[in-house]
Ligand binder design. Structure first.
Ligand code: XMP
Length: 570
């Protein structure tokens, strides 16, 4: 809505119709998607009366299903899931919500449940190969539903559909001005912080640097301090980059704490992703508390600043109804406690990544910093995969089942499943991304598809090794990551992708017990992503260079979009 220049607010779904209708500025309601099934007990619902108040309502995905169920339609589990790109076919006839949209166009789907029959009074406007009720409307009651996601960039005409709703159906006027954002956020910072000072743990990423700079502007450099914790889980050259960045802002404003040994020691026993994340989160809090104490920052006069952005709070279950897909380290119990005490300021918590970059440009920050690929707080630890046991790679009809579990997201819920490796040549692999989505939907129990770029020994000799996060494996990953980054920058590929995680998986044979996965993705905000096609020369160059490391048994290319995969493997 804000991208369209219209102000909007997010409410829990069970808000009362009195509160909603009592707001003089209310022009319409959008009911979002979510991971539940409307027919399950305890699934989120809404007051029936909202649909009868004469307010225009648009339901997206789960929202469409909820409207249908509440008004006497039928929702059931679909015969198969539909995750990723799909084609929408419009039915003949006038429509308000799909006005001006082409008859056949690309959309983004992420669902298993479907509306089997819409409620009385509704007309079906469009279908896909898998979904008979991809869009519905009842113009008399001003109720609209779409099964697909108009809000993601992959739905080619999504913003036209949202514009139809906001401007034509709800008659909204433009009242949200991005240019006024800075002043608003700075006022908010002053209101939250009061006469206290702000202390940041900066990461060197765009979010925490922009949040830090905003606080510096709002409060003055003398009231803002930062520490960069070198967790030993960062990429090569990272600490130097951070030091340079902040020295340029204001000399001495940020100091460096070397804590690599501590983090590594704490991670020794961890294998499972959420366990790793919790350990890192707790370790962050420990180091943080030690620093606060040693610098004399205890007491009421300090507030903790954070660069949390909106998608972080959605994906870690921070909004009341979203399922926990991954726990972000800034939402672990220690930090929760500070939040409950009101000792936290998160100036960017309502913004998406592209908005954060725009704010950074307004603040005059370096484009080298602003155009950096995002890098996760828990660092290389979530790209260094582990396994409890030795396990063989298994031949199945679709390829090879590699029993390394990685995190994925299907129907807005978390999955944790093995990977399917296919035998396609890398030259074909770049064209296989869309088929990969279909393969995941079809192959029981996997959430990703990878293709081989280079292998020291054939598939039948590969196995998964019992493994944990060790100094040696981290160093190996760091070197592999540096090699990939160097080639990307040299060949100008760096600026063509949104992010390029390099992942180490404990798959190999003999003395070479690890393999590297290349994961270039295109995205707007990290919420959804496309696996990017890489030119053959680039793939070959990376494969050859990486295979010069004797510890590396193979190089793979992740073909999976998000959903059904996530960007990070964990
Ligand atoms: P996923 O793997 O969930 O990642 O598709 C979406 C985006 O979020 C980044 N990410 C994180 N960023 N702290 C962060 O600051 C975290 O704990 C974290 N985990 C994932 C990820 O790199 C991608 O850009």
């Amino acid at each position: 809505m804000r991208e369209l220049g219209v102000s909007s607010e997010v409410f829990p779904s069970d808000i009362s119709v009195e509160v909603l209708a009592g707001s003089p500025s209310l022009k319409g309601v959008i009911i979002s998607g979510g991971p539940h099934s409307v027919y399950d007990a305890d699934s989120p619902t809404m007051e029936h009366a909202v649909l009868k108040a004469g307010i225009p309502v648009l339901g997206i995905c789960y929202g469409q299903q909820l409207i249908s169920q509440l008004l006497g339609g039928k929702v059931r589990k679909g015969d198969k899931g539909e995750y990723g790109l799909a084609m929408l076919d419009l039915k003949a006839g006038e429509s308000q919500i799909l006005k001006g949209v082409q008859d056949h166009q690309q959309i983004w789907m992420s669902h298993r449940d479907v509306v089997a029959s819409p409620p009385p009074g509704f007309r079906i406007l469009a279908t896909t190969a898998t979904c008979e009720t991809a869009a519905i409307e009842d113009t008399a009651r001003k109720l609209y539903g779409v099964q697909f996601h108009p809000e993601v960039v992959h739905t080619t005409e999504g913003s036209k559909i949202l514009r139809n709703f906001v401007f034509d159906i709800c008659a909204c006027e433009k009242d949200w001005n991005a240019g006024e954002r800075l002043a608003l956020v700075e006022n908010q910072i002053r209101a939250v912080v009061g006469d206290r000072n702000v202390f940041f743990f900066v990461s060197g990423g765009v979010d925490s640097t922009v949040a830090f700079t905003l606080c510096m502007r709002a409060l003055g450099a003398e009231r803002v301090r930062g520490v960069y914790v070198d967790t030993g889980l960062m990429r090569e050259g990272e600490t130097d980059f951070v030091e340079r960045t902040f020295e340029r802002l204001s000399p001495g404003i940020v100091s460096i704490e070397h804590a690599g040994e501590e983090f590594l020691g704490a991670l020794e026993s961890a294998r499972e992703p959420e366990h790793k994340r919790h350990i890192i989160g707790e370790q962050f809090v420990k180091v943080q508390e030690r620093i606060i104490e040693s610098l004399g920052l205890l007491g009421e006069s300090w507030v903790l600043g954070q660069g949390t952005i909106y998608p972080d709070t959605i994906e870690s279950g921070g909004t009341a109804k979203a399922a926990t897909i991954k726990t972000h380290h800034n939402r672990v119990p220690g930090i929760q406690k500070l939040m409950e005490e009101g000792r936290i300021v998160e100036p960017l918590c309502e913004f998406y990544k592209d908005e954060v970059r725009a704010i950074g440009r307004q603040l005059g920050l370096d484009s080298e910093l602003l155009e950096r690929h995002p890098f996760p707080g828990p660092g290389l630890a979530i790209r260094c995969l582990c396994s409890e046991i030795d396990e063989p790679v298994v031949r199945i009809a679709e390829g090879w089942l590699v029993p390394v579990h990685s995190v994925g997201v299907q129907g807005d819920a978390r999955s944790y499943a093995p990977v399917l490796a296919i035998e396609a040549f890398p030259t074909q692999a770049a064209k296989l991304q869309d088929e990969a989505t279909e393969l995941v939907n079809r192959t029981a129990g996997v959430n990703r598809v990878i293709a081989r770029v280079a292998l020291r020994e054939p598939f039948e000799k590969q196995q998964v090794f019992a493994s944990s996060i060790t100094k040696g494996r981290l160093e190996l990953l760091r070197q592999a990551d540096a090699i990939v980054r160097e080639i990307c920058v040299r060949q100008g590929f760096d600026s063509q992708v949104w992010q390029f995680p390099v992942i180490l998986i404990p798959v190999g044979c003999g003395e070479s017990r690890d393999s590297v996965v290349l994961r270039p993705v295109q995205s707007v905000d990290g919420m959804t992503a496309d696996s990017v096609a890489m030119p053959d020369e680039l793939l070959f160059a990376m494969g050859i260079r990486l295979m010069t490391m004797p510890e590396i048994a193979g190089v793979y290319y992740d073909l999976t979009h998000k959903p059904p995969g996530t960007i990070e493997w964990e």
